[in-house]
Design a protein around this ligand. Structure first.
Ligand SMILES: Cc1cc2nc3c(=O)[nH]c(=O)nc-3n(C[C@H](O)[C@H](O)[C@H](O)COP(=O)(O)OP(=O)(O)OC[C@H]3O[C@@H](n4cnc5c(N)ncnc54)[C@H](O)[C@@H]3O)c2cc1C
Length: 457
């Protein structure tokens, strides 16, 4: 998504563009998405819900989304009417199957070269400036010389080594809930060229999916996600709660905590009234639970909590500890004792009281990494050796404030770090806004460089 937006914007600015795509078709995770291009309505609320991260980049996405949506429409993308999202967002829905081809048609019409089954390997650097890329394809390795390169490879969630290094030692236990090609190639190539990283390299966005042996394909990631987890009592394989299930912008926070539990696994337990609850923009949990069952995933049901605990013995959960956990939760939520509950439960304080009760075994899913390359608002990638520390709690004198870019290198989409983190402010909006900005900057730097060469010739 970000690469398509960058390429089309650069073409509109009169640059010559080559698009390099690792898979056989354009579109990446956008093709798998729900198509809702949304972000926060106002910046104050955004900073309240996602208090960490790069505020300048976050604000940029909020400010530029309306113009980005208009631009999509002007390029033939069909968008539904404006809608609200949760208690904090707004956006417009696209159909990915229409949006991808519409953008691709425009890119082809404006004369870009599109190379599929071709992947970025390394950047070509000369005298500190990026002057092209080495790419691999079935016909071998080749060089593409360019005045500017835009990295748009969609994050590093598909690379277990990088996920293990930055996010969790449970990397191999996670579900990859994205396209399978985003293995951090852009991140690694930029790092080799001296790029600086964002803060919060350990944060990621995703949702928990029903655990194996469930079988489903990548177009079912959305429907098989167990987002009602925020209403449930979530326990790990030891039968213990490990986080406030309902904290943050949505189930993504709970999913993040599950990634750090044994086997990156949890069990969502609901009673029948919770399973039937409609909340915010989501269908009742019963819908996702029924999909989990149809997929052959571990789902247990019983008329009493005691009987349910016995059934969960087969999943390795100790029944006595599980019943103690639920008993403490039921006794304290919503009562004067609630403040003593640990971990706390601030929202959705609903006891498990009406049978039958249902337990669904889930595994954390990683959709995209929120840490990545450090950029400015032109999406220029910062050079580590010419920049001061990116620590948030830095104490430095005004004269030490120094950041410098790597000339010729830009990034967008999930390759840019520090926008969403734990909390989520929309992946498609991030791709749209940063993609357009990167395309604009890359084109204007390239055209300026061509003009300068002409003047010197
Ligand atoms: C199930 C699901 C539902 C979602 N629903 C929504 C939603 O409703 N709203 C929303 O805002 N977001 C949603 N998202 C997230 C959204 O799809 C992503 O945030 C967005 O697509 C990211 O854009 P991107 O350009 O960074 O990466 P992508 O769109 O994934 O594109 C990255 C591209 O880079 C290619 N690539 C990787 N390595 C290389 C290489 N070395 N050389 C060349 N090409 C390479 C990949 O093949 C891919 O085509 C969803 C995601 C999923 C998986």
């Amino acid at each position: 998504m970000s690469g398509l937006c960058a390429a089309l914007t650069a073409l509109e600015e009169d640059a010559r563009v080559a698009v390099v795509e690792k898979s056989a078709a354009l579109g990446g995770s956008m093709n798998l998405s729900n198509g809702l291009i949304w972000t926060f309505e106002n910046k104050e609320q955004l900073h309240l819900e996602i208090p960490q991260g790069d505020e300048a980049l976050q604000d940029f996405v909020v400010e530029e989304l309306p113009a980005g949506l208009k631009w999509l429409v002007s390029n033939g993308v069909a968008l539904a009417a404006e809608q609200t999202f949760q208690w904090y967002g707004w956006g417009r829905r696209a159909n990915p199957a229409q949006m991808g081809p519409a953008l691709e048609d425009r890119i082809r019409a404006l004369g870009a070269t599109i190379m599929t089954d071709t992947s970025l390997d390394t950047l070509i650097v000369s005298k500190g400036r990026v002057v092209g890329a080495v790419v691999d394809s079935d016909s071998g390795r080749s060089e593409i010389r360019a005045k500017s390169v835009v990295i748009a490879t969609g994050g590093f969630q598909g690379n277990p080594e990088l996920v293990g290094r930055y996010i969790t030692s449970n990397a191999h236990d996670l579900y990859l809930r994205s396209n399978p090609f985003s293995t951090g190639d852009g991140f690694l190539a930029a790092m080799s060229a001296g790029a600086a990283t964002s803060e919060l390299m350990h944060s990621f966005y995703g949702h928990a999916l029903v655990a194996p042996p469930a079988r489903f394909n990548q177009f079912e990631f959305q429907s098989i996600s167990q987002k009602y987890g925020v209403l449930s009592v979530a326990v790990n394989l030891r039968g213990e709660r490990f986080t406030d299930e309902a904290q943050g912008t949505g189930e993504e926070d709970l999913n993040f905590a599950i990634a750090h539990q044994p086997e990156a696994t949890a069990i969502y337990i609901v009673d029948s009234k919770i399973a039937d609850m409609e909340w915010k923009d989501n269908a009742p949990g019963r819908v996702a639970i029924s999909r989990a069952k149809t997929a052959g995933g571990p789902v247990a049901e019983a008329d009493t909590l005691e009987a349910l605990a016995q059934k969960l013995k087969a999943w390795g959960v100790p029944p006595k500890r599980l019943l103690e956990t639920i008993e403490e939760y039921n006794r304290t939520v919503g009562s004067d004792e609630g403040a003593d509950l640990h971990p706390p439960r601030v929202k959705h304080q609903i006891p498990l009281s009406v049978g039958p009760f249902t337990a669904v075994k889930v595994k954390a899913g990683i959709t995209y990494t929120c840490g990545g390359l450090k950029t400015d608002l032109d999406m220029a990638v910062m050079r580590r050796s010419r920049s001061i520390s990116s620590f948030r709690h830095l104490r430095a004198g005004a004269s030490d404030m120094r950041m410098d870019m790597i000339p010729g290198l830009y990034a967008c989409g999930c390759d840019v770090g520090g926008i969403s983190n734990w909390g989520y402010m929309g992946g498609l909006s991030q791709a749209l806004v940063t993609g357009r900005a990167a395309g604009r900057s890359a084109a204007s730097a390239a055209l300026a460089s061509v003009e300068a060469e002409g003047a010197n010739a």
